[in-house]
Design a protein. Structure first.
Length: 107
């Protein structure tokens, strides 16, 4: 399972739970808006990953720039999102970001 697949599955679960809450309940709309924002981050990472892979086998139509730096930034973002679910059985410890883990645990 990739980190993008993992996050999309967790976001699906979060969305189902949020939609199950009564309309107008405190935090429901915000939770749904946050899910949309997180899906955009995951999609950005996926697109950056695909762009980086095209760099290995570039085509004439590929854009310039440094896709590896962009991919690294997106990768850090999705690792931070995944850290919220570190206690999930499908969480891969290789996704851990040390600085984020320290902030969450206070250590």
């Amino acid at each position: 399972m990739t980190i993008a697949e993992f996050l999309n599955a967790r976001l699906d679960e979060d969305e189902r739970a949020s939609r199950a809450a009564p309309e107008g309940s405190r935090g429901r709309e915000r939770a749904l808006a946050e899910i949309v924002a997180k899906r955009r981050i995951v999609r950005g990472y996926t697109e950056a990953h695909e762009t980086s892979m095209r760099t290995v086998e570039p085509s004439a139509a590929d854009r310039g720039g440094d896709p590896w730096s962009e991919l690294f930034a997106w990768r850090m973002a999705v690792k931070c999102l995944a850290a919220v679910y570190a206690d999930h059985s499908e969480y891969d410890p290789s996704w851990e970001v040390t600085e984020v883990s320290r902030e969450l645990t206070g250590q």
